[in-house]
Every structure is written in C-alpha cells, then in structure tokens.
Design a protein around this ligand. Structure first.
Ligand code: CA2
Length: 152
C-alpha cells in the first residue's frame, strides 16, 4: 500500500505573471473567473480529498523560483501555470527539475491553438503532465490527477 494512502497531503498551486488580473480582461481567452474563485474552488476540493492547498501568485520570476525551492520536502505535489514564463523561463524549468514530486503544468487557453511563440513550453518535458485549453476545469482536473498520482 502507498505510504501516502491515509495521510493528509500538501499541494502548492503557483500562478505566474498577470494571472492576478483574471476575470478583468480578455474573458474570451481566459474566461470570467477570478484567481480568488479558482483558489477557493481548489481549497474546497482539497478538503474533500484531504489535501491542504496553498496558492501563490507572483509577477516576478525569482519569487516563483524561490517558492518552488521552498516546496522541497514540504509539498507532495505542484500545479503550476507559469503564464508568460512558460515560454521563456530556464530558471523556472531548472527549479522544477529539483523537485521529486508530481508536477502538473496548466494553461487556461490552448497554447497550441494560439500564436506560434506560445507553442513552445520550457516546462513541458520536465513536468509529469500538462493540461491546456480546458479553462478553469483544468485546475480541478489537475488536483484530482495529483491525488491519484500521489495516492495510487
Ligand atoms: O493560457 C494560459 O493559462 C496562459 O498560461 C496564460 C498566459 C499566457 O502568456 C500563456 O501563453 C498561456 C497569460 C496570462 C495573462 O493573464 C491575463 C489575465 C487577465 C487579463 C489579461 C491577461
């Protein structure tokens, strides 16, 4: 039996730059939900799954790197929407490589249906899995998937 089977889990949800403005602009691409409502839905779902969900948003690459570093030996799983840093950040990619927990990369929009510069993710080949284009549902699907991956 998995050693995590009956233990409460900790999952970190990281939101990258500009996602603090969700729900205020470009609803045709990103939907009309706010970041607060996404975090609240994940925390509520976490209670059902016995997972403590911590959410953190930053517009700064270094802060995201530091948060990933501080999750070592603390978090059991990570959900990350690196936003624009998806396409540029070797620093976030390198930080993810230091983790030995399942990591789900998530995008509200389908990055492969958009401009060509969004088609490349610096994270895609170092994460456990990627969800792209399912809007807010992607976040709750990611948490369900993490619970299954951590407590098989
Ligand atoms: O689809 C996604 O979730 C993205 O990660 C969102 C990023 C974009 O750079 C990625 O290519 C795909 C942009 C987040 C910007 O968020 C906004 C929120 C409200 C209003 C405008 C932008």
């Amino acid at each position: 039996m998995s050693e995590k089977k009956n233990t409460p889990l900790n999952v970190l949800v990281l939101h990258g730059p500009n996602l603090n403005l969700l729900g205020t602009r470009e609803p045709e691409i990103y939907g009309s939900d706010t970041l607060e409502s996404i975090n609240a839905a994940l925390k509520k779902q976490g209670k059902v799954l016995d997972i403590t969900v911590e959410a953190f948003q930053s517009n700064h690459e270094g802060e995201l790197v530091e948060k990933i570093q501080s999750s070592i030996s603390v978090q059991d799983g990570l959900i990350i929407n690196p936003a624009a840093y998806t396409h540029t950040s070797v620093a976030i990619r390198d930080a993810l490589l230091m983790l030995d927990i399942p990591v789900i990369e998530i995008h509200l929009s389908n990055i492969y249906k958009r401009e060509s510069f969004r088609h490349r993710s610096m994270m895609a080949d170092v994460v456990t899995g990627q969800i792209s284009g399912l809007g807010v549902s992607g976040y709750t699907l990611a948490l369900t998937a993490l619970a299954e991956l951590i407590r098989p």
